[in-house]
Design a protein around this ligand. Structure first.
Ligand code: MN
Length: 140
């Protein structure tokens, strides 16, 4: 067993990958024992990832607040604590907070044979984000 006591520094999400202020606490990076990467990501209101895709997909578990997840093909979904979202391998998408609320999720992603968990694309423009925020799909 390996035990890591809570500590270290919360990272600020790089501006190449995020719009707005995002805080990341790493849980684990892929290593020689397992390809699973995991982090707890906290988005301030209006903050979101850039468009991106994961080679082996990604699971999100929402822990706080109200957020949005959007795909190129699949529209926009409002997400809330307890929701679980699986993003298919290669599916281009973004996730983040709503304009008025924080949102936090645990993110799990598996590294591919090259050790990569994500490919980053362009930022989500303000008009694109605002349109998504005003027309999320109704929750079932
Ligand atoms: Mn993602």
């Amino acid at each position: 067993m390996k035990y890591t006591r809570s500590g270290g520094h919360t990272a600020v999400g790089p501006s190449d990958w995020f719009t707005g202020t995002v805080y990341i606490d790493g849980v684990r990076n892929p290593d020689e024992q397992t390809a699973i990467g995991c982090g707890h990501v906290r988005f301030t209101p209006g903050a979101r990832t850039a468009w991106h895709r994961h080679p082996k997909g990604q699971t999100l578990y929402v822990t706080d607040g109200i957020g949005l997840v959007a795909t190129r093909r699949g529209g926009v979904q409002e997400i809330r604590p307890g929701d679980v979202i699986f993003i298919e391998p290669g599916e281009e998408h973004w996730h983040g907070a709503t304009p008025e609320r924080f949102m936090a999720h645990v993110a799990l992603q598996q590294a591919d044979d090259q050790g990569q968990v994500v490919t980053w694309l362009e930022h989500v423009a303000d008009d694109e984000y605002n349109a998504a925020a005003h027309r999320p799909e109704s929750r079932s």
